[in-house]
Design a protein around this ligand. Sequence first.
Ligand code: ISL
Length: 560
Amino acid sequence: MTAAIQWWQKAVVYQVYPRSFQDTDGDGIGDLKGITQRLDYIKKLGADVIWLNPVYASPDKDNGYDISDYEAINTKFGTMADFDNLLAQAHDKGLKIMMDLVVNHTSDQHPWFIESRQSKENDKRDFYIWRDPVAGHEPNNWGSFFSGPAWQFDDATGQYYLHLFVEGQPDLNWVNPEVRQAVFDMMNFWVDKGIDGFRMDVISLISKPDGLPDGEVPEGGDYGNSNQAVANGPHVHEYLQEMRQKVLNRADMMTVGEASGVDIENAVKYANQDNSELNMVFQFEHMDLDNNPNPALGKWYDKKVSLVDLKANLSKWQNDLAGKAWNSLYWDNHDQPRAVSRYGDDRPEYRVVSAKMVATLLHFMQGTPYIYQGEEIGMTNAYNLQRDDFDDVEIKNAFKYLIDQDHLTDEATMLRYVHAKGRDNARTPMQWNDSTNAGFTTGTPWLKLNDNYETINVAAALDDPNSIFYYYQKLIRLRHDLPIITTGVYQLLDPTDEQVYTYRRVGENDTLLVINNFTSDTLTRDYQVPETATLIIGNYDDDAGTTLRPYEAKVYHLTN
Ligand code: ISL
């Protein structure tokens, strides 16, 4: 890498889902004061940046991703004074705050949309994407990300509006320069407050293809694939360059674009090291490797990813962005199941060791790692939640669409898929201790807790020197201390090995060798580790040489 190292290239991000982090007023919903109270915990872990999921005013049709006022705080979470206090206290402790920016769409309760839907002549009409019916139907075949069509007919004016997500999330019309300016002004409001970055929600979708052509309909599906049709549209890079100039260059910001449907070619543009657009993107390819083989069922499936596929994909991103653009590294977030359940093994005897292995695999790669709240204590998927317990609109719609409309007849199978992939697995309240409601709230939690909180919780992790928490703490410390973790050249060693994932990071003077047994079997592998190598981290107490115990992970540091 030739460019100078930037602070965000050495940083580790901790993602807070405010609704589920810490409640302080007993309403069962996490709040800003709760996050402020827990800053010392995040600091103890060693993270540098906190990404906050949306905290803005919202009717919560999609848990805050439907914003009705970008410059106000959701009253469930507190007030703007609470926010200012959180930001000030975080800064005092040396923590940065990255805000979620949701500007592909607003809420249908945003004043812009309330006006827009009033008449075709309204000043704000062109803030959204309105089209006449075509032969009495939707203007094209696009499906919503959350089931059903992406168009909603509005009686008032006899036209449809586009919503790539739920009906309450109308898509903004970025072609309109007034929309772009309004978004940039709003962003500057937050930059002026002193926030440190933006995580940009589905930013790859803001530029719709000219003429809004139909999407390809997956076999057995009812709607065209709007993600494919829209992602990386014709003007997206132009819009982001404009944003960079009008907003992002005003401060030393960290930016990550959530880029559904991004490929290498576009990632290199979004996250180019020439500083023209964003710092990095969240790519999704590794999240899709364990999709259902029946494309009509999309992500709903419960089989584990093949290690060979996973290696091929992660290695492609490591190799192809190297020296050109910057990777983000993540296993999970508020939209994905829990990392240990998906990639490790959450059975009691393997949970701790496999959570550490999964962490090791990711944290020695090149890029900026993201840790989702609870990942650092090995929180698992919430198998105790039943159909009526779910809150997530994606899960509820999927049940309705796939079961009630007979695409999948067996409800037990769907429940299994939701237990493997549903978003609520990540959204159950943070498990702080073994007291009532895991110390999350004194009231009734907005979403049922995972019933394993009496054993899996922060208090227990902090009491145990061998806990997953302290392992993450060490991973973060190593990243801060060893430049090779940021700069070393990535080399995959074993592309066809179905059980072990081993790679090197090679620098001018030193090399890291990262070995991960992805199975519960004891295996033998000889990577010819020289005697001079130092074991810098591992998830067993000792080194068994060429024997790899269940889910063993170990990293050697060698001088060249
Ligand atoms: O959640 C997903 C799969 O289950 C993704 O397809 C997700 O919808 C996509 O990554 C976009 O996510 C973001 O925008 C959505 C919001 O619901 C998600 O929480 C957010 O991360 C709409 O704003």
